[in-house]
Design a binder for this molecule. Structure first.
Ligand code: FAD
Length: 453
């Protein structure tokens, strides 16, 4: 077969309009996709996370075949599978003898180095295409970082510079012309509305929480769920509550649902906790965003439309867009500035083992029990549960940050290394010594008491 390039499409790169796909040629190139056990075992991945990735990949492959692409797809139970991404690429090189390999920058440096090594071993050229899914390319982030903190050599040695979200966020707002008046000032006269956005529910509990749209698993998802139950039965978590969007159509419907029913309440309640309720006014869009069924541009445009049409208050629109154009882009820049050494950072010298109850939720403290149980059963918890309940407990217990990383990467459906690692190492464990956070997020039970029941 006459093949020019093998185009590697990883499970978190399911955007048919990505730069990689735009530059590929469907008459001469082959798309290579692989479901491999290694990506669920080392690093560990829950059943829900595994099923989400595999189902979204299968939908993507089917849609591309329908458009005339040749897709070399290796399923998890394929008897010839070599079990690793590197093995899958090797098998495809042997089958097609391509001139070169092209891939989008992976969301995990480990995958990038494994695939680069395979291409080198086989004497194939390899081109890594920068990922245009993000609003900030890595050179723009590096320029900002250097202006803030001076030049940082590649794979910078510690101590790393302190970088602050608030300054990056204002840079983003100005650069993207977002929520600015005609004189370039922030609309509403302020860059953030945190003071109005830190409400708790009080004794009476939350007002009625809008019903959230969930996807009923279709035949493809159900087949994947059966496969995961059979082939990877020992993975943590369950599949009983699986309702994640696995296509772009479903992800767009989820975005609409959020904007119409919960965006307006997002601002005031974004930091609040309530037992038995994890979504509250949060969007649950991270999983779809991280596998690229949705782009940040989709989300920003939809939210701005709602604001222009008077469907959401400014405090909520600003608070939500800060997460998308601020935090999400910021942590990615941090990741590619300091990985892989960032993963081993342990500024507080924490050495303890992760308690077993992180894997069962069987713990006396109710806030922890609640947050752990919902995480294990659904693969989701909102930000304050992750940061101020689970992450905080791990830090207070002096758990080794590598073990905390392993747990967070395993449990959440939205977990991808570039976003999980800075959130755990930097934000929640202060293991980076202050690159991301100005101080460790340690709070007493009063914080939880004030923000919850
Ligand atoms: P919403 O509250 O509705 O926020 C909207 C969007 O903003 C999210 O979908 C997400 O894309 C983005 N966002 C918000 N906060 C952050 C943040 N701190 N970093 C990056 N993006 C952000 N997010 C992941 O996507 N994957 C992870 O593996 C992950 N691990 C985390 C681990 C810890 C310890 C902490 C403290 C946070 C982690 N986060 C992670 C960030 C955040 O908690 C989740 O993005 C969010 O809870 C997802 O739920 P949502 O879509 O309902 O978010």
């Amino acid at each position: 077969m006459n093949v020019d390039q093998l185009v590697v499409v990883l499970g978190d790169q399911l955007d048919p309009t990505s730069r990689l796909m735009r530059e590929a040629d469907r008459r001469r190139d082959v798309l290579v996709m692989a479901e491999v056990a290694e990506e669920s075992l080392a690093p560990l991945s829950s059943k829900a996370r595994t099923a989400f990735f595999l189902s979204a990949m299968r939908h993507f492959a089917r849609e591309r075949r329908g458009e005339g692409w040749r897709v070399h797809y290796s399923a998890l139970d394929d008897p010839t599978s070599r079990g690793t991404l590197a093995g899958a690429l090797e098998a495809a090189i042997e089958a097609f003898g391509p001139r070169r390999i092209v891939l989008l920058r992976p969301g995990d440096w480990r995958v990038l180095s494994a695939l680069t090594a395979v291409a080198a071993r086989h004497g194939c050229g390899m081109r890594v295409v920068e990922d245009d899914h993000f609003l900030t390319d890595l050179s723009t982030f590096a320029e900002w970082r250097e202006r803030e903190a001076g030049p940082v050599p590649e794979l910078a040695p510690e101590p790393w510079p302190s970088l602050r979200l608030e300054r990056f966020y204002r840079f983003q707002r100005r650069r993207l012309g977002l929520l600015l008046d005609e004189r370039g000032r922030p609309v509403g006269g302020r860059w953030n509305f945190d003071a109005a956005n830190r409400r708790s529910f009080g004794r009476g509990g939350p007002p009625p929480v809008p019903v959230r749209r969930g996807e009923t698993p279709d035949a493809t998802t159900r087949a994947v769920m059966r496969l995961v139950q059979k082939a990877l039965a020992d993975l943590p978590g369950g599949l009983e509550h699986f309702d994640w969007p696995v296509t772009r159509t479903a992800a767009l419907a989820m975005l609409d649902d959020f904007v119409e029913h919960r965006l307006d309440g997002f601002g005031p309640w974004q930091d609040a906790l309530w037992p038995g309720s994890s979504t509250l006014w949060h969007s649950r869009l991270s999983a779809a965003l991280n596998v690229k069924l949705l782009s940040p541009q989709d989300v920003v445009a939809r939210v701005l439309r709602a604001w222009n049409e008077g469907q959401a208050r400014l405090e909520s629109v600003e608070g939500f867009l800060r997460q998308i154009v601020g935090w999400r882009e910021f942590v990615r820049g941090i990741y590619w500035s300091f990985a892989p050494r960032y993963h081993a950072a342990n500024a507080l010298g924490a050495r303890n083992a992760l308690p077993q109850w992180f894997w069962t939720g069987d713990v006396e403290a109710r806030c922890l029990r609640d947050a752990l149980s919902v995480s294990l059963t659904t693969g989701y918890a909102h930000h304050i549960q992750r940061l101020m309940v689970i992450g905080l407990a791990a830090m207070l217990l002096g758990v080794d940050p590598r073990e905390v990383q392993r747990w967070f990467l395993a449990v959440y459906v939205d977990a991808v290394d570039w976003v999980e690692t800075p959130n755990v190492v930097g934000l929640s464990q202060y293991a980076d010594g202050g690159v991301v956070a100005s101080k460790p997020y340690v709070a007493s039970g009063r914080y939880v008491a004030r923000m919850s029941s």
